[in-house]
Write a protein that binds this ligand. Sequence first.
Ligand code: KG4
Ligand code: ZN
Length: 350
Amino acid sequence: MYSDAAKEKAEKLRYKESYYILSIESSCDETAAAVLYGKNVLSNIILSQIEIHRRFGGVVPEIASRNHLAAIDGVVAEALTVAGKTLSDIELIAVTAGPGLLGALLVGVSYAKSLAFSLNIPIFAVDHIKGHICANFIEYPSLKFPFICLLASGGHTAVVRVNSYSDMKTLGSTVDDAAGEAFDKVARVLSLPYPGGPEIEKAAKNGKAVIPLPRAFKNEKHLNFSYSGLKTAVINYVRNAESRGETVNAADVARSFQDEAVKMLADRVFAGAENEEINTVVLAGGVGANSALRALLTEEAEKRGISLYLPSKRLCTDNAAMIGAAAYIAIVEGLPVSSLELDASPHRSV
Ligand code: KG4
Ligand code: ZN
């Protein structure tokens, strides 16, 4: 239970223009902590476990939890040092409570709760997906609700109408694989290391889009995505070539796949903007770091007179600054802080 002093501090936050936030993110394979003053990011430390998981071809949940546990203290300390602050300056703790790997989330949530308890300050539980979306507010202070968001990460792919932090409506989402998952699986079949997205992007730069691949839901009006047909077509193409003893041109495969994958993303988000009659589009999630996607969105937004917001690549992939910004936005909106009984959940709350 919180003391009355902590409750009072929580009440005051809503009326304060700015205050120091320490945010923690541990939903997958990045141990991350950031210090913000309102939406201003003073530090944003990300300790990636990618090298540890790479030899398994993907994230191993138990190994992720263990490494979060070993790393979190040092990552938080570094976030404070880089920001030039100490724990006694912090007025709010923000933490990712889900969705993600349960064991990994629990490390961040338990750590954040004990900090909030010992410092006697409020804590706010952030939804990871809402965090990705709110990353846009860090670099674009003029961004206003409502807007349409293309969310493309390793676990989620959706077009979301964002009216406010607490009012987000999914207009369409993937019926099978997430976009990032498809990038990772195609990379694997091309013997490229995990995570596949950046590797596919690199390989595609030297390739041509010469391999015919299927596009799902081509003439359909809904805003859903499907990546399993595209992924299977690529896998079949590679396997067939190999069985004939031919060497595949990995750059051409990567380019052909990437072109189709990003076309589907762009197509759906602009259709969403048109349907909802909203001319502000924002990007969120790890796949948002893809240069081909960013270029296509920029070109299409210009053609359609849409205001497009692209967070910098470091703010697209998992980080804690977006979690702090999300907490700040939510509190400005009047949402109550969380109780110390808050729990981690692997599910999405949007
Ligand atoms: O948002 P994120 O960091 O973590 C999740 O919440 O899932 O997204 C990770 C996903 C991975 O599938 C990764 O391959 C993909 O984002 N990704 C990319 C790029 N950078 C990361 N996909 C395509 N191109 C990239 N440059
Ligand atoms: Zn993420």
